[in-house]
Design a protein around this ligand. Structure first.
Ligand code: ADP
Ligand code: MG
Length: 599
């Protein structure tokens, strides 16, 4: 065998690097905007066509580039931002790897026009997936304009890997919104296929949040503010009563960068302990500032993660700052904050290991063992051994089955066939077995199959008109998402209308009741999750949303007629045993297991 090792050409290595830096159109938009911010721009305009597949253009009024820099900037590791590895640690600009433009230009057609402050003429550079660009003088405004065309034209596998326009556009909007929140003093504009999605004037953070998420956010924001030796915290958190069922309005920034940090997310959420409805997520836009030497961002070029040296201390400070913020606004119980307004915690030595406080519990304690009264009136001595179910329902049933059945219910079971306990479970006898049915889960199964059935063939889901159209509380971007999906949604029974200040719901699928905003939030989750273009998957997901919204609450007293209708319909379903999320709908106790109870 001869020599086999060759050095990859810069072009090939750029293409490989592009795989990391340029995941999707949104990552190009992010890199270009970050460069504009670094260049001191005060106005940044982003134009996309076909969710960035055809064109992405970022125009800024920053300091521009000289003719030489305009050519240099596409070279790998070409950067004006660091000189040595030492600079890396204390860096304050957004980008520093000098990789973005090299990577982007390796997988697209690029046109750059730029003019430096003070220069009479600008420079135009065009590249097409190659490492040498043509440059010529051009008349252009001061600042820089990048146009990226036909992304991934020379990497078809990556092009095919892109999701629907809807999803890719959503990612672009997310990136622009995050950068716009990190820099409320700059003006941002985002246009897609000729229409304005965002047009944000410079202002305060509060004004920026309101401009992005809608004027109703103004009264919902609670400021948070704390300066300690370890971290400076600023921003806003949402009042708990406005928390949403959908995730997506939680933003954490560290030293000006958006990051995802599960531990800090938990710190913020835990400040809401006891004041949040289950499975609801509060809004927050929180900025942390820490010494860059004690922070490791850019673990990976496109990942928005960070490692703090003092994460335990920051966790504690963040949690109490948010808690205090909520307390001050009388939305959460708080400690006596007036006497001690600031928390001063000295930075922990990085070698110190902090352990969580210990709570001692007795794992053998069983609250039901001591309920002798229940055992005596209902005749239950041992816990029944339930069969044919598992998971959380099992736990719930074990608990509920030792509860006392009220005497009046026992008496009234003589005549009616079914009765209900805890306003939740229907108790019935079926083929000689005792069956307990979770009424809400049964109802979701019935409605789910009914909506799926409605959707089959040509039929559109039937809908019912609301007496008064209901205005929705949505960000500009979510408004656009819903409006773009409105044809499909109306086939699925949800009719909406675009009005001046957003969207109003005109009709909902027949049977959908309760909180329409919650229902729309769930629809938005489906729209965001990337499977929208798959018709069958979409129908199923929407049917789940409608079923969830239409079903009776977890506890509700049912009439005899309702119980027998529920049971009749449940057992004519295709899959009565589970709800649409796979959880058990009923549990059966056969003669043997009942005999076992009595020994
Ligand atoms: P990095 O941002 O990590 O330095 P990039 O590849 O993103 O690497 O950019 C390379 C260089 O090109 C930057 O360091 C900067 O000098 C120059 N540059 C890029 N975009 C702009 C812009 N919009 N305005 C002025 N200079 C820019
Ligand atoms: Mg950059």
């Amino acid at each position: 065998m001869g020599d086999c090792i060759v050095q990859l050409s810069e072009h090939v290595s750029n293409q490989i690097a592009a795989g990391e830096v340029v995941g999707r159109p949104a990552s190009v938009v992010k890199e270009l905007i970050e460069n504009s911010v670094d260049a001191g721009a005060t106005e940044i305009t982003v134009v996309v066509v076909d969710a960035g597949r055809t064109l992405m253009q970022v125009v800024d009024n920053g300091k521009g580039m000289s003719e030489e820099d305009a050519q240099m900037c596409f070279k790998r590791h070409a950067t004006s931002k660091i000189n040595s590895a030492d600079d890396l640690r204390s860096l304050v600009t957004m980008g520093f790897r000098g990789e973005a433009l090299a990577s982007i230009s390796a997988v697209s057609y690029v046109e750059l026009k730029t003019r430096e402050t003070g220069a009479e003429m600008g420079t135009k550079v065009t590249l097409s997936g190659s490492d040498t660009g043509d440059s010529e003088p051009v008349a252009c405004p001061k600042g820089t304009q990048f146009a990226i065309k036909n992304l991934f034209f020379n990497v078809p596998a990556r092009r095919n890997f892109l999701k629907s326009d809807q999803v890719e556009l959503r990612h672009i909007i997310d990136e622009v919104q995050r950068l716009a929140m990190a820099h409320p003093g700059l003006s941002f504009r985002l246009q897609s296929n000729g229409s304005d999605l965002l047009n944000l004037r410079p202002g305060t953070l509060r004004q920026r949040i309101v401009a992005i998420f809608g004027s109703k956010h103004d009264e919902r924001l609670v400021p948070v503010d704390e300066t300690t030796d370890v971290v400076k915290i600023t921003g806003f958190v949402g009042k708990p009563s406005f928390a949403r069922k959908s995730r997506g309005e939680q933003f954490l920034f560290v030293n000006g960068r958006f990051i995802k940090h599960p531990l800090m997310h938990k710190a913020i959420l835990s400040a809401y302990d006891g004041v949040l409805s289950p499975r609801h997520f509060p809004f927050y836009t929180v900025f942390l500032e820490v010494d860059p030497n004690r922070l490791d961002v850019n673990i990976h070029p496109t990942k928005v993660e960070a490692k703090f040296e003092e994460d335990q201390a920051i966790f504690a400070i963040l949690r109490s700052t948010v808690k205090r913020g909520l307390g001050k606004h009388n939305v959460a119980p708080s400690l006596d904050f007036d006497t001690e307004l600031s928390i001063s915690i000295a930075p922990l030595p990085s070698t110190k290991i902090v352990s969580a406080p210990q709570v001692s519990i007795n794992p053998d304690y069983n609250p039901f063992k001591s309920t002798s009264r229940a055992a005596s009136t209902s005749g239950l001595r041992k816990e029944p051994k339930p069969i044919e179910f598992g998971g959380t329902l099992e736990q719930e049933l074990i608990e509920t089955s030792t509860y006392e059945i009220p005497l009046e219910v026992l008496e009234s079971t003589e005549a009616p066939k079914y009765f209900q306990i805890l306003n939740r479970y229907i108790v019935a006898s079926r083929e000689g077995n005792l069956v307990m049915i979770d009424a809400r889960r049964a109802h979701t199964r019935i409605l789910f199959e009914q909506y799926l059935e409605d959707g089959k063939g040509f039929g559109d889901t039937t809908s019912q008109k609301l007496l008064f159209p209901e205005p929705m509380d949505l960000s500009q971007a979510d408004t656009i998402l819903l409006v773009e999906a409105s044809d499909i949604l109306s086939k699925n029974g949800l009719v909406l209308e675009r009005v001046e200040c957003g969207v109003e719901i005109v009709s909902v699928p027949t049977g959908v009741a309760g909180n329409i905003q919650d229902c729309i939030d769930s629809v938005l989750e489906v729209l965001r999750d990337g499977t929208w273009s798959d018709e069958e998957g979409r129908r199923e997901k929407l049917a789940k949303v409608w079923a969830k919204s239409g079903a009776i609450p977890k506890t509700k007293k049912l009439s005899d007629e309702e119980m027998s209708a529920m049971i009749g319909r449940l057992f004519s379903c295709e899959s009565p045993a589970t709800d649409p999320w796979g959880r058990s709908v009923f549990a059966t106790f056969d003669a043997q297991s009942i005999d076992d109870i009595f020994g």
